[in-house]
Design a binder for this molecule. Sequence first.
Ligand code: AMP
Length: 277
Amino acid sequence: MMHVAVTLDELRSKRAKMSGVFGLVPTMGALHEGHAALIRRARVECDHVGVSIFVNPSQFSSKEDLSQYPKPISRDLEMLLALGVDLVWTPTNDIVYPPDFQTWVTVEQVSRPLEGAARPGHFRGVATVVAKLFNAFQPQRAYFGQKDAQQVVVIRQMIRDLNFPIELIVCETLREPDGLAMSSRNVRLSSEQRKAASILYRALSLAKSMFHSGESDANALRDAMRHLIASEPLSELEYVSIAHPQSLQEIDRADSGALVSLAVRFGSTRLIDNIIL
Ligand code: AMP
């Protein structure tokens, strides 16, 4: 039996009846196999599984097209039912952000570089909505994807700083056969752009293989990635980064455990990906 709640009261009354370990998987919907992998893992590890579907307006800047984000809600609900999810929350914008809303969660240092620099205000929106989801669902465990590496770092910091009694569980990135990380945004790529988009994983793999062949100069790795991305005419590089996995500060010498990440645009579609060396 899967309950679908819209209001916070509905969600809380269903949640209160579920005892044992509760696992939460926050999503923005347009679900794919990457989301399914998080949910399957939560199913195995928890007594009850909750999923939120909310395209959080506060994590999109006005420049980004929030309205173009795909919203296949009935398909999503069918998928969640088939995955054996117990509780789904599909709140409206007004439920999460009533008109007099004025409290925000700002995680400082680790929100600043990378995605935080490219998308001002993004992590303030993410941290705030995730804090609200934690308060609404009261999970013991929360499942996030390594695909959004900085998001994991920001949420881990928030959990620690605000004393949420929640275990953060990070799941590896699911990829298409050509290496492209699964993403709700991939459906917006034209067929030419879709083919070109494998360049992200090829660039990450290049950095990794150079590192394993003995190259530890981070600038050499960044240059090689930039050069490869530049060879794909449909791509527009936003950034490449080789950073410390906790502080997210750029490093000079690549080390085992370093976070290699990048953001690339194809037309109006912006894709991100990362690997750990
Ligand atoms: P989203 O709906 O894009 O906000 O993603 C919801 C959760 O699924 C986040 O924790 C993402 O990191 C995770 N996720 C998205 N894509 C993937 C993927 N390809 N593999 C694993 N997890 C993913």
